[in-house]
Design a protein around this ligand. Structure first.
Ligand SMILES: Cc1cc2nc3c(=O)[nH]c(=O)nc-3n(C[C@H](O)[C@H](O)[C@H](O)COP(=O)(O)OP(=O)(O)OC[C@H]3O[C@@H](n4cnc5c(N)ncnc54)[C@H](O)[C@@H]3O)c2cc1C
Length: 402
């Protein structure tokens, strides 16, 4: 059995950030990844300015091979049923368009941690002084002994299920799927990620250019017909935006734990097991998760180092240190913060004010209808209320954190 200081499960961005802190502090760190590296990751790859700064500061300049075409993104454009479009540039200029297969592998290698790929986490036993991790490599059982374990294994985290089997039932889940189309003619500006606030299309609808093709994606509930919903969006784009696409070449989808950040159901671990990244519930508005994966991962790694230095329980340290990231993520959903502050990394209030007064009214009406009247968006309403009440009632309470 291999004995190390820390085992991290999942070789993604949160893992790379956590590993960087641990390795820099001299801790022997092994990352387990179930797939063969470099591995595919379903993601649009639009990095926020904060995520970009994190990568530069921690891992150095980004090589061209870890980027898609177009190599950069200027911001996000919101489209509304009233046919007003609202382009919003990122603060501080364009950001890189990451090719997750290669960017994650690059960051993982630059963290300096040892990586065991094709090794799936299967379970753990926390004995207080150490944790035994059960994994499978090429189908064969393999064990590790570590002082701490970090679950950086994404939305369907098995590490979280190992310590809180009921957690998945306590949070909202939904599915996202996307298809890749050849482009016949596409007037949507390829420098932006496009998002539709349209109840007739779905609660989460997007499109953007990648490597000469157009991605059209849609969120859906269990039992919905993905192909039909996606075709509905393709038809809408043709009808309203004159987007002419060929038949889809590929498609992919996954389940998303969208919403823990809003209903304060973050999960940070138990005993010597810590959870971070999207597994912990970090996901910003419009599904941007890389920046909070990186930052929460780094905080998680730092918490392990601090707990050892100060001889304090690691959970106490992690929960204290992670509160800044909780506040930042939750603020993104707070309507008051959106109206009067700048919780996002693209300037929504400025873009709104740049519209003619008539269009501004249309946009506000469309957003209201989308959030308040859209019957499928039950969770959205509860979440918006929760996010609104939290600062008004004086707390980013840790009450609901696990
Ligand atoms: C369609 C789509 C588009 C998105 N677009 C964007 C975007 O444009 N910008 C953005 O910022 N975010 C986007 N996101 C969100 C973003 O991809 C995630 O929030 C982010 O990748 C989370 O990072 P993570 O490090 O927490 O985990 P993940 O990236 O989910 O990685 C988890 C890793 O753990 C591994 N793993 C899982 N289980 C095991 C196991 N049992 N044993 C070993 N390894 C395991 C996985 O293989 C994976 O490598 C998008 C998500 C989706 C689904």
């Amino acid at each position: 059995m291999r004995t190390v200081d820390v085992v991290i499960v999942g070789a993604s961005l949160s893992a790379a950030a956590a590993a960087k802190r641990l390795v820099d502090a001299g801790l022997e760190t092994v990352i387990l990844e179930r797939r063969e590296l470099p591995r595919h990751k379903i993601c649009s790859g639009i990095l926020s300015p904060r995520g970009h700064r994190f990568l530069l500061e921690n891992f150095g300049p980004l090589p061209r091979e870890i980027l898609h075409e177009p190599v950069s993104c200027r911001g996000v454009t919101f489209h509304f049923p009233s046919m007003v479009s609202l382009p919003m540039d990122f603060f501080g200029g364009t950001t890189p368009h990451l090719h997750r297969k290669y960017s994650d592998y690059w960051a993982i290698r630059r963290s300096g941690a040892e990586v065991h790929d094709q090794t799936s986490f299967a379970g753990l036993e926390d004995h207080g002084s150490h944790v035994i991790v059960h994994a499978r490599k090429h189908g064969e059982p393999i064990e590790y002994r570590a002082r701490q374990v970090i679950g950086a294994d994404g939305p369907s985290s098995l590490v979280t299920r190992a310590i809180h089997p009921d957690y998945p039932q306590s949070i909202p889940w939904f599915f996202v799927g996307q298809k890749f189309h050849d482009i016949i003619d596409c007037p949507l500006d390829e420098q932006y990620f496009h998002f539709w606030f349209h109840p007739g299309l779905g609660h989460y609808t997007w499109s953007h250019a990648r490597d000469g093709r157009q991605i059209v994606g849609v969120g859906f509930k269990r039992g919905d017909n993905f192909a039909q919903k996606q075709q509905n969006v393709v038809n809408y784009l043709a009808d309203k935006h004159a987007v002419k696409l060929g038949p889809p070449q590929d498609d992919e989808g996954c389940a998303e734990n969208f919403g823990p950040s809003l209903i304060n159901r973050y999960v940070f671990g138990k005993g010597n097991v810590l959870i971070t990244g999207q597994a912990a519930g970090f996901l910003n508005m419009i599904g941007e998760g890389m920046s909070c994966a990186l930052h929460s991962g780094a905080i998680c790694g730092e918490a392990v180092v601090e707990a050892r230095l100060r001889n304090r329980p690691v959970q106490e340290m992690y929960r204290r240190m992670i509160s800044s990231e909780v506040r930042r993520t939750t603020d993104q959903w707070n309507p008051l913060k959106i109206a009067f502050d700048r919780p996002h990394e693209a300037d929504f209030p400025a873009a709104l004010m740049a519209l003619e007064r008539r269009d501004r009214v249309k946009v506000l009406r469309d957003i209201w209808r989308f959030v308040v009247l859209y019957k499928e968006f039950k969770w959205g309403r509860q979440m918006a209320m929760a996010a609104l009440q939290r600062p008004l009632l004086g707390g980013y309470s840790m009450r609901h954190w696990l």
